[in-house]
Design a protein around this ligand. Structure first.
Ligand SMILES: Cc1cc2nc3c(=O)[nH]c(=O)nc-3n(C[C@H](O)[C@H](O)[C@H](O)COP(=O)(O)O)c2cc1C
Length: 182
């Protein structure tokens, strides 16, 4: 199975704990191509053809991102807007993504309990990810169950102790890697 992992974190090398760990573990697999969008396109000038070719070659597309403002990072939205064109993703005679698998691999700063109906944000993470599921069905992809890690906020840990991200991200990565190997 060929896997394309689209990583969207504005500071993967210098400002990420969780996404950096997860991407590094997935990147050890031979069947995984990682495209770190903010690194490839610092000026947001997407090479649409290169992205479409990478997508076409993949069986499974993983979108790896931190939740930003209850949504996807700006680069990922920009990438979708530019790359998932009518000629490519959904128009007559297009549907190049049809039959592919999609997996959302998401890190979330807030605690899991806050993401519930009646909870602090009065919305579940599935509610927030619904547009991505609609995108998948609209383009003919099958969305697998998302992998989501909550409480991925650096700074709350006691001095000298590992952060929640440092503890949870390897668990998240292990779950993801098991799926990518399957
Ligand atoms: C611009 C920005 C917006 C964020 N918005 C949210 C949010 O809406 N909900 C939330 O739970 N966490 C939010 N966070 C926290 C990130 O989701 C969290 O820092 C990230 O998942 C941790 O992954 P990392 O270690 O790879 O950076 C936000 C962080 C930033 C920088």
């Amino acid at each position: 199975m060929k896997v394309l992992m689209i990583v969207s974190h504005p500071r993967l090398e210098t400002g990420s704990i969780a996404n950096k760990i997860i991407a590094a573990e997935a990147g050890k697999l031979d069947n995984v191509e990682i495209r770190d969008l903010y690194r490839i396109y610092p000026q947001f000038e997407i090479d649409v053809q290169a992205e479409q070719e990478a997508l076409e070659a993949a069986d499974l597309i993983v979108l790896q991102f931190p939740l930003f403002w209850f949504s996807i990072p700006a680069m990922l939205k920009h990438w979708l807007d530019k790359v998932f064109t009518e000629e490519f993703a959904f128009g007559p005679g297009a549907h190049k993504l049809k039959g592919k698998q999609l997996l959302l691999s998401v890190t979330v700063g807030g605690p899991e309990g806050a993401y519930s109906r009646g909870g602090h944000f009065d919305a579940t993470i599935d509610d927030l990810l619904q547009p991505m599921h609609l995108m998948a069905s609209f383009t003919g992809m099958t969305a697998q169950d998302s992998i989501v890690s909550f409480g991925m906020m650096a700074g709350a840990e006691k001095a000298g102790e590992p952060s929640a991200s440092e503890i949870q991200a390897p668990v998240h990565a292990e779950q993801l890697v098991a799926l990518l190997k399957a």
